[in-house]
Ligand binder design. Structure first.
Ligand SMILES: *Cc1c(COP(=O)(O)O)cnc(C)c1O
Length: 479
């Protein structure tokens, strides 16, 4: 392939305007037709990419990248778009119907538009004087969503760039609130299948890896409440303070939901903070028919929600919600001495770890408004139905061990193979699936490599699921 910096496949309408350099900053005195045309052409290019998703592969091969360094003089709009096109051609393709490997669905339309507007507004959630309407929007939407998910009246929170950051902030708030900042022997208690971001949070918090106390899970991958009770009693006897108990609503490999009501009862009895990592599962509470899958979410002191996952809000979109949101300000308040006072209960830069941050709330707000209650419920219903359908197709395959929870994830592997043989099986089968434009992931779970499907892609139809079952069926050692 020639390493040309110009995309040969780029079909943009080349015109006089596109060949002239663009004003570096939008003109504040007049509507700038060149800027408008540039954004229009960029958006056409994006729409062509989105609209041809099924014609390529979920995972494109290595592509030619344009030059990385600026040229001596600036590029024209046509060149800029041509360079962009090259990068787009090598991008992961979440809209492909066979893209079912990860928690990365196609982008919700309204959230794409809101992301563009967000960039154009270029406000800063650091401080209210830099984002007057958007700060209020964030506070209001966090409050609404917190209550909608079952947290008590007055609950609220803050947006964060990803669930890892939401989990970290939750643990930092819990430690602060419980007065454990100086305690090097403090621990976080979570199931052995909890997300890796908890281990990273401890690194940031200056705690050793041993500060993450793992509670065993049951056969379904759910935290074992009786074992948690024993662990908490042991810690009490040993005089080890607990920063928080973390329950997971939707584990990353199989979508298992810990028994939240029981864990909450234990937390009350032992006097502990309950953080629920609902990065995957919390949104299920938005669909009345499926809220029972995450029963007890509202009993959390803090809750991580990732609308960037199943709901398709463009990345990143995560929220940390708290029953008592004032604790955010208690923890992160520094007094931003260079800003006017907040008029609404704390600047964004004082209610979380991040300083400057974009108004990620805009695309969540607009996305939820686009979907409406019925659209949200339909997304969740569709994901559950696809998981059930794939399960029905795989169930009859002899010797295939299915590993699932109650959400839209399904992992599997042939039973009775050694770890080495299951690893080879997972590699070979993933390749065979990719050859049919079907992308699954290959998590290592309980000592064995599995294949995993995340059924959150609304474009995945029965034909793709049938093809998955066919390839998997052929991959199995014949009896
Ligand atoms: C995805 C995920 C996270 C982390 O979210 P990021 O946005 O990737 O940082 C945390 N917990 C669970 C259970 C997850 O699945």
């Amino acid at each position: 392939m020639p390493l040309s910096p110009l995309a040969t496949s780029f079909p943009a309408t080349q015109g006089v305007l596109g060949a002239e350099p663009l004003a570096p900053f939008p003109d504040p005195h007049r509507h700038d037709p060149e800027l408008e045309r540039f954004l229009h052409d960029a958006s056409s290019q994006l729409c062509r990419w989105l609209g041809s998703a099924s014609a390529t592969s979920p995972l494109p091969g290595l592509s030619v990248l344009p030059a990385v360094e600026p040229e001596p003089t600036g590029l024209t709009p046509d060149r800029l778009l041509a360079d962009l096109q090259l990068v787009m051609e090598g991008a992961y393709n979440p809209g492909h119907p066979g893209a079912i490997a990860h928690l990365d669905p196609p982008p919700l339309a309204a959230s794409v538009a809101a992301d563009l507007i967000c960039a154009g507004l270029n406000n800063n959630l650091l401080a209210e004087e830099l984002s007057p309407s958007l700060s209020r929007l964030e506070r209001s939407l966090c409050g609404w969503l917190a209550e909608r998910l079952g947290l008590p009246a007055g609950a609220g929170g803050v947006a964060a760039s990803g669930g890892s950051l939401s989990n970290l902030m939750a643990l930092v708030v819990a430690r602060h609130h419980r007065g454990l900042l100086e305690r090097r022997d403090a621990v976080v208690v979570a199931s052995e299948e909890a997300h890796v971001s908890l281990a990273k949070a401890l690194v940031v918090m200056g705690l050793p890896p041993s500060a993450l106390v793992a509670v065993p899970t049951d056969a379904g991958g759910r935290l074992d409440a009786a074992a948690l009770d024993l662990v908490l009693s042991d810690l009490e006897r040993a005089g080890r303070p607990v920063i928080a108990v973390v329950a997971t609503a939707g584990t990353t490999v199989r979508g298992a939901v810990d028994p939240l009501p029981e864990v909450a009862t234990l937390c009350r009895r032992h006097g502990h903070w309950l953080h629920v990592d609902g990065a995957i599962g919390a949104v299920f509470a938005l669909a009345p028919a499926h809220a029972g899958r995450v029963e007890g979410l509202g009993l959390a002191d803090s809750l991580t929600v990732n609308p960037q996952k199943l709901l398709g809000i463009t990345k990143t979109s995560s929220l940390l919600l708290l029953a008592r949101p004032a604790l955010l300000l208690d923890t992160f308040h520094t007094g931003l001495p260079y800003m006017e006072l907040s008029w609404g209960g704390g600047h964004g830069g004082e209610t979380g770890l991040q300083g400057t941050r974009p108004a990620e709330i805009l695309k969540l707000w607009l996305g939820l408004r686009q979907l409406g209650e019925t659209g949200i419920a339909a997304l969740i219903q569709g994901a559950i139905e696809r998981r059930r359908h794939l399960e029905r197709l795989l169930c009859p395959l002899a010797d295939l061990e299915l590993v699932q929870g109650s959400l839209h994830l399904l992992a599997f592997r042939p039973a009775g193979l050694s770890p080495e043989v299951s690893e080879r099986w997972s590699q070979d089968t993933r390749q065979a699936l990719l050859a049919r434009q079907l992308m699954l992931s290959r998590p290592l779970y309980r000592g064995h490599h599995h294949l995993k499907a995340v059924l959150g892609n609304p474009h995945t139809a029965q034909a793709e699921l049938a093809a998955v079952a066919e390839v998997v069926g052929r991959s199995l050692p014949s009896p």
